[in-house]
Design a binder for this molecule. Sequence first.
Ligand SMILES: [Zn+2]
Length: 278
Amino acid sequence: MSLDGLLFGTAGVPNSTVKKNNPVEGVKRIHELGLDCMQLEFAHGVRMKEEVSSALRKASYELGIPLTSHGPYYINLNAREQDKIDSSVERIIQTAKISDLCGAESMTFHAAFYMKDSPYDVFDLVEKSMNVIEERLSRLDIEIELRPELTGKTSQFGSLEELISLTKCVGSVKPCMDFSHLYARTGKYNTYEEMNEVLGQLKEELGANSLSNMHIHVSGISSNSKGDLKHLNLEKSKFNWKDMVRVLKDNNCSGYVISNSPNLEDDAIMLKEYYAAL
Ligand SMILES: [Zn+2]
């Protein structure tokens, strides 16, 4: 997929959708609001009737609103029990299957918790599972970008470095760049120069294509030393969203920018307008 510039959308159905539990209505609302894309949130389980996924695919295609997706929270590829690892693998595959039915080309998820293990061991386990998932999806003929999220808590697998390494190791893996989480996780990367460095690192390590096909999350955030505490609206947070948009624009980035703020579409629209005015 090649996009020209950034597309802005919401994590889930916009708040102002009349039927908030109906994702097809959500896609229509995104279109009415002048936004560009929408992320399907399977946070609490991957269930969707077949008629809903085909209606979503149709609405997405007809209105020109591409979809991304987010897997369930109950995923831990480093769980203590093997059956919990197995069901995490199943949840990722299930998310991929439904996302594919809906026509989504990129999906994100929180891959694992460290559980006080060495990050190197956790990396190996996550890599192993991602290879299994990739293999199974290819047998099912499902082509989707698997994007572990840059996570906000220091107890979660998903640092910038881990995502870069994993992308190098597994063919269908790419990072889901959550700049607000990166800030919450590290207390850094909140200036133009630092965010510009991050994009430089992606380009250098993963190639120019990593900037022309991005899946980005953004929200306001408040954090403590453990990282991500709470998602806020952008205007209520210290997160430097304006410089994030400028850096993305100055680097000619293309891809999806998904607002995870509580006010969803309000921040998505604010981001989109700021980007358009640059
Ligand atoms: Zn997430």
